[in-house]
Design a protein around this ligand. Sequence first.
Ligand code: 4G3
Length: 227
Amino acid sequence: MTFHVLTLFPEMIEEVVNTSIIGRAVKAGHIAVETVNIRDFSDRGNGRVDDYPYGGGAGMVMQPGPIDRACRKAMETAAPGTRVIYTSPQGRVFDQAMARELAAEEDLIILCGHYEGVDERIIEKIVTDEVSIGDYVLTGGELPALVMIDAIARMAPGVLKNEESGVEESFSDGLLEYPQYTRPPEYEGRKVPDILLSGDHEKVKAWRRERSLERTLKKRPDLLKNR
Ligand code: 4G3
């Protein structure tokens, strides 16, 4: 799977995707991340890609031309029909189900907006999916793009090792994760629950299921609504 990221800050994307588990997956060839610097497609001598908003008001708006050309560059190596995601607070809110759906794609193009956003005509022309990572405003779309890449890439074949496998984690069956413990068996008077030391795998499994349900009911009852 290849992520094509259209951005004014490619080094911000590259730094993160070359780190930790995602970095390991890139090095192993399980996924690829290609950045396209929108500034390289400026049609002004000074390399600028933003301008004042028609009608007045604060801030700047990204011009459609440079984004259009950057996207065409990405499409040269992406499969025909590749989805183009625009990260914005106006988008559909990203969740685990959306991550799972997007993980089935061969390529994804992600457009990172800046300033007060991008010219509306580029959204109409090239964007297939407008996605938000939550109800707050950031200075740019790079962090949302990285959040989505991480959530999607960890489900690609080969990315997680067996012991890191996402199968039993939070949200995989719509529940929160059960509590985890490691050594020592007692820390400052707080004991690891006896059942986890018992070696009875059936009992451990049942205990974990109960704790997941209990925790979900207490912390995120909204997750139990549609089940
Ligand atoms: C477009 C995404 C982009 C319009 C982007 C601001 C938050 C999110 C931007 C705009 C962003 C999010 C850049 N902030 N919640 N900032 O996913 O008003």
